[in-house]
Design a protein around this ligand. Structure first.
Ligand SMILES: Nc1ncnc2c1ncn2[C@@H]1O[C@H](COP(=O)(O)OP(=O)(O)O)[C@@H](O)[C@H]1O
Ligand SMILES: [Mg+2]
Length: 212
């Protein structure tokens, strides 16, 4: 068992705390914030309350999402824009999902796309990185929920930004056809790209109105 007692998380999202693996500085351990899945269930609309509590646990949802068809294919490119997944491990503060910890070209923990946009705005460099990321989504057909800038971080290859998904993998809702057919998966992915662009513009223009 991995001991995380007394270790401070390096980041926290709405559901999970993220720690640097104490024995491997290139691995990230994510632990669901306690009672978060119970609370999510309490706050959910009535029709979602019938689902089991585990469907509200982000680590379990993520584990399922990493088992999707596009990631079973024998394509080395599939990890290019995605933090690798190493399974679930026990820690002293609960079950953790272990993933690749993305770092920048100076070996610091990567910043999010959201932080980048708020700091630098849109740049030629980022436009280029986004274009490449979008064409990867189209060619691999990796299914994601809505792609939100705080769930994307900036990794590097030499001095080039490589955007990496760290959260939000999986399909937005129960859409069986996207899992079976490339045709439906393409349509679904195209819509996620469109919504990602609209979310980025919303971030860049002071978040007025509804981003969708
Ligand atoms: N693999 C990773 N590499 C680098 N930073 C990460 C990684 N995973 C998460 N983070 C950071 O931690 C934050 C929260 O993680 P996330 O998985 O989005 O948690 P939540 O499920 O609570 O939204 C992210 O916004 C990002 O800043
Ligand atoms: Mg998140």
């Amino acid at each position: 068992m991995i001991n995380l007692d007394g270790i401070q998380p390096f980041a926290e999202g709405g559901n999970r705390r993220c720690y640097v693996h104490p024995e491997n500085s290139y691995r990230c351990l994510k632990v669901v914030i306690q009672n978060q899945s119970k609370k999510a269930k309490q706050d959910a609309p009535w029709y979602k309350k019938f689902r089991s509590e585990s469907s509200f646990d982000d680590n379990i949802r993520e584990q399922r999402a990493y088992a999707q068809r596009a990631l079973k294919k024998d394509n080395p490119d599939k990890w290019k824009h995605l933090a690798k997944w190493y399974g679930m491990v026990e820690t002293s503060i609960g079950l953790a999902s272990e993933t690749e910890l993305i770092r920048d070209n100076k070996n610091n923990i990567a910043i999010t796309l959201e932080k980048y946009l708020f700091t630098y705005g849109m740049t030629d460099e980022m436009q280029e990185a986004l274009k490449e990321f979008e064409s990867w989504l189209r060619s691999t057909l990796v299914l994601t929920k809505n792609i939100i800038p705080h769930n994307i971080v900036l990794g590097y290859e030499d001095d080039k930004i490589i955007l990496k998904i760290v959260d939000g993998l999986g399909s937005k809702s129960y859409l069986p056809f996207t899992y079976i057919s490339d045709f439906f998966a393409s349509k679904y992915v195209e819509r996620r790209i469109e919504l990602m662009q609209s979310r980025i513009n919303w971030d860049l223009t002071g978040r007025k109105g509804n981003w969708k």
